[in-house]
Design a protein around this ligand. Structure first.
Ligand SMILES: [Zn+2]
Length: 782
């Protein structure tokens, strides 16, 4: 069984114990009596050192210079390329002129590399009811033999709000720099296909078009996708598709500094996020997905630019992409092995892994060891102490999470704030404080009881996760095995702190990466999760804290509590947002084409409108829904002078009323030449089908409806100047009404002062500032 346990962590106190106390492994580290304070100090120092090592190894590597060997990935070369590709750093969403210029520069680079390339142009729809004419840029590097190919994928479109230097310019530049590196060496066994696709931000449209319509799609045997939900931090391997046991073995051997954990895919599956790789997921093709998630406040904003893209992160991302492509191009893609893995990296030095189906046996083994150790060594009369220890073990993370509920309001509305380190420090202190508090409250359990209870507690969590969320089971199984292994010897010699220190080191190596990444991954609201994780990581210090001299037993908890309050104060005092980590503030000009009424709408993520913007017009004091489907964008509204431009057109061209079932053929057009137009059906409409230009739009995922308060959106992101043919089939019973909208980037010139009043610490996001016209249309045929 390929179970690797981190080396060097297995303590060796058993010899000392068996020898009847003849050998002393850690002299002076006694866990009881007057010297107990020193044990705790040592434990805190050790956990602090592990935390620092984990933090240091989560920093990306130094970028390699432009003169690096040709076979290597160089961030300096990739950055120069990205500078070239992004040009003036204009946002370049699907269908925009800026996007076409970006494409031309990528194609020129493909030509310069001598790649066999082609452009796939297609009108296609993604899974969220959004369609567009996309232009995918493809190239291939021949292998030694034909057959299954490795697909290296990134997307060239950005959101309308920002230049997308990280998302996904970094991926595009890496694909090109990786292609250059691959071409510099001997051919790989298998072909490599580069897919620089379009319309990812519009709902994975380009990837879908490739899968559905390009002949090369049938050759794909494995996929490497490069993404960015930020501009810095490590390149995390955060998702796998297909059976991943062999993929993890491959990446463990290939990546120079792996930052990977089966926890990430397990959590990612629960999140409402998608990348191009999602399109291939139903095929169960083997795939690995890398992403940058540091600096998430800049994601999909104008600050996702070259100035903020960390060259070290680009290096790490490129190292991962290139190494993974090389490894897959040498692997058996025709019949890859079955089975999934549970895995995690240790300081980016190695990847510990085991088959997913071994998780439950491992957890049960830890449980048996923990229970046996508790029973044999504590004797029946001391089982009560172990029970108290279990209570202390479980109470600490709950208490820590409860304390850390104070962190999000202190750090401010996010989800991503300018200085998350203060909130991180706060929840780490909350974790420590909760462990020390539990140790003081459950002091009667004694070091034995706390150790035995913790071993049983770890094992119980390991068993639970092995059943419910196997990808997360290593977080508990590894400390459980460590705690259970050292339990019997440590109970025999309770005065020795070596066992606690060993378990603390193991728990820290496994759990601190989670604590340090959780705010980047989930936002400041996840501070309670971080606190619970920190409490678990620090729980091996509980026996040392319980051995603190009786008279000063509240001192450790008090010290941690003071640190918590201090960090909370700092989190509250530092600015929530900065020019580098802006609050999202979006300006919308909305004109109701039926009434002719127009409004300025300002959405601020904090729910507070920046004062300089309020001076622009008579904005209301409270937010309102900008449009009935604008659930996610409560906005401040003020009357605006209407534009003389016409609203969108939905013109009946034919159709039939088939016994209560309506089939209508129409032309959807934007006389003011907006690029983006959509139909919105009320929540109770019975929409049987919608087609754009003869292409039936797949029913949007149910998740997409929740974004719009139940309204059903069908959207064409690249509306042709003359409009597009639409066919709608509505079932019996529902309303026969639709809202038609057209949307263009930016606001009318009359709003220039409003946009200019947006403070430097705020910025637009996603679709950015926009001009929206809507009209209600009753559907019917005569
Ligand atoms: Zn992206």
């Amino acid at each position: 069984m390929p179970v690797a346990v981190p080396g060097g962590e297995r303590p060796a106190p058993s010899g000392g114990a068996r020898a009847g106390g003849a050998a002393v492994d850690f002299p002076g580290v006694a866990a009881d009596g007057a010297s107990g304070g020193r044990g705790l100090l040592l434990g805190v120092a050790l956990s602090g050192a592990v935390l620092a090592a984990v933090a240091l190894r989560l920093e990306p590597p130094p970028p390699r210079p432009a003169g690096a060997p040709a076979s290597e990935f160089s961030a300096a070369r990739a950055l120069a390329l990205l500078r070239e590709i992004l040009g003036d750093e204009a946002p370049h969403p699907v269908g925009s002129e800026a996007n076409r210029r970006v494409q031309d520069r990528i194609l020129a680079e493909m030509d310069r590399l001598g790649l066999r390339r082609e452009v796939q142009e297609a009108f296609a729809c993604g899974r969220f009811g959004m369609c567009a004419t996309v232009r995918n840029l493809l190239a291939r590097i021949p292998g030694e033999r034909p057959g299954k190919a490795v697909l290296l994928m990134a997307h060239h479109d950005s959101v309308p709000a920002g230049p997308g230097a990280g998302d996904d310019g970094s991926g595009v530049a890496i694909a090109l720099e990786a292609a250059r590196a691959l071409l510099s060496g001997p051919p790989l066994p298998r072909p490599v296909i580069l897919l620089v696709d379009d319309g990812e931000e519009g709902g994975l449209i380009g990837a879908q078009a490739f899968l559905d319509g390009h002949p090369w799609a049938r050759e794909v045997g494995a996929i490497v996708n490069l993404e960015a939900r930020g501009t810095s931090g490590p390149s995390l391997m955060f998702q796998t598709t297909g059976d991943d046991g062999w993929l993890v073995r491959l990446l463990a051997g290939a990546l120079p500094r792996p930052a990977a954990s089966s926890l990430f895919p397990a959590v990612y599956r629960l999140l409402p996020n998608d990348t191009d790789l999602s399109v291939f997921e139903p095929l169960r093709l083997p795939g690995v997905n890398f992403a940058l998630i540091g600096g998430a406040a800049r994601y999909h904003t104008p600050r996702d630019d070259l100035a903020h893209l960390d060259p070290g992160s680009l290096q790490h991302h490129g190292d991962n992409g290139l190494a993974m492509v090389r490894a897959l191009a040498g692997a058996d893609l025709d019949d890859p092995p079955r089975g999934n893995a549970v895995f995690f990296d240790v300081l980016g030095l190695l990847v510990v892994r085991w088959p997913e189906k071994a998780s439950l046996p491992l957890a049960l083994l830890a449980a048996v060891l923990a229970l046996a150790g508790t029973w044999v060594r504590t004797r029946r009369e001391r089982l009560g102490e172990a029970a108290l220890g279990l209570l202390a073990f479980l109470a600490a993370p709950i208490a820590a999470a409860t304390l850390a509920l104070a962190a999000p309001p202190a750090a401010g509305a996010g989800p991503f704030v300018a200085h998350p380190s203060a909130a991180t420090a706060a929840f780490l202190a909350a974790g420590a404080g909760a462990v020390f508090l539990a140790a003081a409250l459950f002091r009667r359990a004694g070091p034995h009881g706390l150790r035995a209870g913790a071993a049983v507690g770890w094992a119980a969590l390991a068993v639970a996760t092995a059943v419910l969320l196997p990808g997360a089971s290593h977080l508990f199984a590894v400390p459980a095995l460590a705690a259970a292994t050292v339990l019997a010897p440590s109970l025999a010699r309770p005065e020795h702190a070596a066992a606690d220190l060993a378990v603390a080191a193991v728990a820290g190596l496994v759990l601190f990466p989670v604590a340090l990444l959780v705010l980047d991954a989930l936002g400041v609201g996840a501070a309670p999760i971080g606190a619970a994780v920190a409490a678990l990581a620090l729980s091996p210090l509980a026996p040392l804290a319980a051995a603190f001299p009786q008279a000063r037993r509240w001192l450790p908890a008090g010290a941690a509590g003071a640190a918590f309050v201090l960090a909370l104060g700092v989190a509250a005092a530092v600015p929530r947002h900065s020019p580098d980590a802006p609050e999202h503030v979006v300006v919308l000009f909305h004109q109701d084409a039926d009434s002719g009424r127009a409004r300025w709408l300002v959405h601020a993520a904090s729910g507070r409108m920046p004062a300089p913007m309020r001076a622009f017009a008579a904005f209301g004091d409270r937010t309102e829904l900008p449009v009935p489907w604008g659930k996610v964008r409560p906005s401040f509204a003020a009357e605006a002078v209407p534009l003389s431009a016409p609203g969108p057109v939905l013109e009946l061209r034919g159709g039939a009323d088939e016994g209560g079932r309506l089939r209508a053929r129409m032309l959807l057009a934007s006389p003011r030449e907006a690029r983006d137009a959509y139909l919105l059906f009320p929540p109770d409409a019975v929409v049987e089908s919608v087609s754009f230009g003869g292409l039936r739009v797949p029913a949007p995922y149910p998740r997409a409806r929740t974004w719009f308060g139940g309204w059903q959106m069908y959207r064409c992101l690249t509306l042709p100047p003359g409009g597009i043919d639409v066919e709608v089939v509505l079932g019996e019973g529902g309303p026969r009404e639709v809202v038609v909208a057209d949307q263009s980037d930016g606001v009318p010139t009359a709003g220039a002062a409003l946009v200019a009043a947006r403070p430097p610490w705020a910025s637009p996001v996603q679709e950015g500032d926009a001009t929206l016209f809507t009209r209600r249309v009753r559907l019917g045929v005569h």
